[in-house]
Design a protein around this ligand. Structure first.
Ligand SMILES: [Zn+2]
Length: 410
């Protein structure tokens, strides 16, 4: 295959995935006005329903404009040999391939983040603000950005340097070494994310004394989950939207409840949400996801190892000197249809797991408070009660509210 053809395949993949995305978006938007199913007609009053309709439409048009600009910039960058310029620039600083790769990705990622910042600023301080969700201050927004950059520079930079070093020194079996380091890193991050990363952005506290804690204690004892593994996080620092999640395993397992969740829901509803999260732990969902993602990473790295050294990849991007980082960029786009498929499968599994966790909450606690809690959460985030099935299939990691309602009422 000539590099010219490969170049157009890359552009074709970028455009095709954009088109598929837009078709799903507009299909979903066409159903915003569908009648609300009977089971859910107590979620919104008419005024709130109007508000949710406006919120969906505004997000939809904003998303369409943002993704169109992003596609345009990306394709222009490919057509005007952007990667070749950045590669040349990085090479003017060093002959060392590891340092060149670090400078190259540093520039690409920093530039793309700068380009996307006005959009996330608008999303937070205009749209979310208008609908009363935003609690982020400009200071928090800027600090989040800086911390995010530092984190990527330190963690991402170290991993990249190690992987390029493996590539340079071990040849065709580099992917096995790279897989080893990525597996060890994923394992470590899954285990200590709550202890090492979350505190950089949020405060986490144990549950306060009081009737909620006693109720939770009674439930936790009943199912054998230690109370000191339950934390409350200050989500209200950024948004009024509420959430809860389970993370870690072994000694480091924990359930994290947003303070917004505790403010919005009744005590029974909070215990039901907690029971759902404990269900994720009891059914070993975190471990399954960790092992699966490590498996997928191995497959991806093996495939990468077959192509990354091929000079056609770098020629397609008009770069004369083949290198790991240029190969990685071209491979990244070529691989994206496969990662779309693995993403669909992971969402499919995730929705199954959500039913299992709901059933666990129903069997060890109660179904009704979970239903009313989920309804409140939907209402308070103005969520879409009538998503299109194909959009749900592609993008939803959770079943729809209606599906969860029907499952819990069985
Ligand atoms: Zn869940």
């Amino acid at each position: 295959m000539t590099s010219q053809i490969l170049f157009y395949i890359i552009i074709g993949i970028l455009i095709l995935s954009f088109i598929v995305d837009k078709i799903l978006d507009s299909l979903n938007a066409k159903h915003y006005n569908d009648p609300i199913p009977n089971e859910l007609n107590d979620v919104y009053d008419p005024e709130e329903y109007q508000k949710s309709q406006h919120y969906k439409r505004e997000n939809h048009s904003f998303g369409t404009i943002a993704s169109f600009i992003s596609l345009f910039v990306t394709i222009a960058f490919f057509f005007f040999d952007g990667f070749a310029y950045v590669d040349e620039w990085a090479r003017s600083y060093s002959d060392n391939n590891i340092i060149v790769a670090l400078i190259f990705f540093g520039i690409i990622m920093f530039a793309s983040d700068l380009l996307s910042t006005p959009f996330s600023y608008y999303q937070t301080f205009v749209i979310e603000e208008k609908y009363g969700f935003n609690k982020t201050t400009t200071k928090t927004f800027i600090l989040d950005k800086i911390k995010g950059w530092l984190m990527i520079a330190i963690i991402g930079g170290t991993l990249l340097a190690i992987i390029v070093w493996f590539y340079e020194s071990t040849g065709e079996y580099f992917w096995l070494y790279a897989w080893g380091i990525i597996a060890a890193f994923s394992f470590f991050m899954n285990m200590f994310y709550a202890k090492l990363i979350v505190p950089l952005f949020n405060k986490q506290k144990p549950l306060e004394e009081g009737s909620l804690r006693s109720k939770i204690e009674a439930y936790a004892t009943h199912v054998g989950f230690a109370l000191d593994k339950i934390f409350v996080i200050d989500g209200s620092k950024r948004s009024t939207k509420a959430n809860a999640y389970f993370s870690g395993f072994g000694r480091e397992k924990r359930v994290t409840l947003y303070d917004t969740l505790i403010n919005d829901l009744e005590e029974d509803e909070i215990v039901a949400v907690l029971a759902h999260e404990v269900g994720h732990y009891k059914k070993k969902h975190v471990i399954f996801n960790l092992i699966t993602s490590i498996g997928i990473a191995g497959f991806t790295l093996w495939l990468l190892s077959l192509f990354v050294g091929n000079s056609t990849l770098s020629e397609a991007l008009n770069v004369s000197q083949p290198s790991f980082h240029i190969g990685l960029i071209a491979f990244g786009v070529l691989y994206s249809p496969i990662s779309e498929i693995t993403g669909l499968l992971m969402n499919l599994v995730s929705r199954k797991f959500e039913y299992q966790a709901d059933n666990y909450a129903k069997n060890t606690f109660k179904a009704l408070p979970l239903i009313s809690g989920l309804k409140k959460l939907s209402k308070n985030s103005l969520s879409n009660l009538t998503p299109h099935p194909s959009y749900v299939f592609a993008h939803y990691s959770h079943p729809t509210l209606l599906q969860r309602y029907r499952n819990l009422m069985k």
